[in-house]
Write a protein that binds this ligand. Sequence first.
Ligand code: ADP
Length: 608
Amino acid sequence: MMYWKFTLIALPVLIALFIAIFVLVYTWQRRTMRGARPLLPLLFGLVIWLVGSTLEALAFDANTRLFWSNFQFIGVVMVPTAWFMFSLVFTDHAAVLTRTNLTLLLIMPLLTLILLWTSPWQQFFQVSKVLNTSGPNPYWDWVPGPGFWIHAAYSYSLTIAGVVILARAYQQSARLHRRQISVMLVGAVVPWIVNILFVVVRVSPFDYTAISFLITGTAVAWGIFKVGLVEITPVIRKRVIDEMQDGVLVLDEHDRILEANPAVLQMAQVSADVIGQHMSQISDRWPELRQRFQHLTSGQEEVTLAFPDGEKRHYQISISPLLDKNDHLSGRVVMVHEITQLKQTETSLMVAKEAAEAASRAKSTFLATMSHELRTPLAAIIGYSELIQERSEAFGYEKIVPHLKQIGTAAQGLNFLIGNILDLSKIEAERMDINISDFSVSDLVAEVVNSVQPQMTKNGNVLELDLAPHLGLMQTDRTKLRQILLNLLGNATKFTYEGTVLLAARQDHATGCILFTVRDSGEGISDQMMDKIFQPFVQADSSFTRVHGGSGLGLTISSRFCQMLGGTIEVESRLGEGATFLVKLPVQFPVTQQTEAANGRIAEAAPQ
Ligand code: ADP
């Protein structure tokens, strides 16, 4: 028979019990979350302890009290053990808890309970325990035995070990986890201080440990609601995954769907019911998916899927393996990123690019044809103006000779310009042929020097030569190299008055190239013009055009020719200090696929 009587001292214990039950239920509902599971045994032990304490406080007679006091001890032995285990799991040391270690951990609590419950027959655990009812609140007058002290030492050791483990983790943790750990430490330490005061120091006949669990309960409850003790990591993770625009699918090793976020469900046009079912629920609708990804454990691929509404959508699918702690494959994570829009943009860009290229080619072809057509009447103009000039001189019409000479010069200039435009448009239309032949470098240099000599004299310039002995043969496009050198020398003398122009040539054995240098002491090129002079139709200054003439195409063509022949052209110059152009060309034209593709056709010509 049990007799009950409400006492005020039971109230705080009762409140602590309710909080503990609430926290236990709350945590139990979230038991799948990482933070929740290791808390459960601890909370369960706490509830047992508090149920025992409450009922003991409410019980009227000594026997009922003794029964609940003994019952309470199930919780008392559970809590330190569970606390120690919690600290291990929470700090990622769960691996320590092997089956053997767990069994060892449970031996002491079980022995303690057996010793306590058999106290009437032996005094190893407690020498005596008598209810003192002299005051308003009855309490136990008890004399502990050695068994109790062993139990106390064991419990305190486990508690301290847990505190140390958590404190060490605290030092190494991020801010978020630090708050969680501090909550747990406060919740754990307070009751044990109270307990030590009661058991060891004996400051009061009452055991306030159970009441102090009120603090533990509040700390844990605060932890749950304020710092998300149970669910912080999982909750944030889940929310992030749910709100992601990319689809996330988690499969187990048998391809069962463990997790599918709303985005992936929407993409696949299926409901959340597929979670827990086999992946074929989704992949059966697109056999190509099954084929390509069935055995793929990691990688990234693009797929195009046809939908019942007739639309085709493009996706980028990345698969990564899920490994268990023994590095065995335990599933896969599939990320799905829709790239339909990207693909559409890409396609329209490609179409636009092709159209632009076609238009550019058409323009170049048109220019090439036009230039050719322009040259025929021009040849007639040049030819006939020369003829008329000769006749006029012969028949004594001296007055019109200068006019005819002007026609001739202008027509020659036009012819040269058209020649350049024709070259450039051929290059751009990829119709410029390369004619390879063997020739002597010094012969070519002599020929070029001869051609530019009259221009040099006209501007009062001296041409200096610095040619290495035995320049030997080159095997490349002679006409193009000739044109490059003529352009550079032409420019050098065009922008120099009464100065010197140097043409140097030497072999560079290390690279198998010949280096041509054209240096002048003319007006030089400004810094801002330096990177532009190789662009078509660019001239340093429009006022120069009037003085020097030219079209701004010479350097463009020269640099494109150099490129075609596998070489480079560089310029060094300062305004007012002359200019130096360096041409570096391989002695032997390199027939690589790259130059072939970039420069159009290559023809073998007879050696000149
Ligand atoms: P252009 O027909 O005008 O000479 P180029 O393409 O050969 O066309 O040269 C482009 C511009 O680069 C020239 O107009 C000139 O401003 C500058 N330039 C080229 N060579 C020299 C040089 N040796 N000295 C000074 N400026 C030069």
